[in-house]
Design a protein around this ligand. Structure first.
Ligand code: CU
Length: 139
């Protein structure tokens, strides 16, 4: 009896941790509306964020099936998506619920990718990660 109880508790621990990730509904996705993959852009340009199957809510506000955008600039998504995303110059949070931003990047090739995350900046499960695009900023 006691052994059974311990086994049940041990089994419940990873489940409880896994449940901390906010679920995303089937078919939900993020994508970059503009610029298009392979585009040539001036050094100041607007990036428009697309979202299907979920809604935007500001950071810190909990509603089902919502989150806010993060733009990954010239970087890979973190390998551990169970932790809050750091805020760096390469991982930009849009915690007010913004759906576009103006970027100013140096000339040359750059990559952009969107990653959606919940009110605590933790990506959903499964995560909403857009295809990565490559753009060329004109001199
Ligand atoms: Cu965030």
């Amino acid at each position: 009896m006691r052994t059974l109880l311990v086994a049940a508790l041990l089994a419940a621990v990873p489940l409880a941790l896994a449940q901390e990730r906010t679920p995303s509904p089937a078919g939900a996705e993020v994508y970059i509306i503009s610029p298009k993959d392979g585009a040539k852009v001036p050094h100041t340009f607007v990036v428009q964020f697309g979202l299907r199957g979920m809604s935007i809510a500001p950071a810190g506000v909990k509603f089902d099936n919502t989150g806010h955008h993060h733009l990954l600039i010239d970087t890979e998504a973190p390998t551990d998506l169970s932790a809050p995303l750091p805020a760096t110059d390469k991982i930009v949070h849009f915690g007010k619920g913004q759906t576009e931003t103006k970027l100013d990047l140096p000339p040359g090739k750059h990559t952009l990718q969107l990653l959606f995350a919940d009110q605590n900046h933790i990506p959903h499960s499964p995560p909403l990660l857009s295809p990565k695009i490559t753009i060329t900023v004109s001199p």
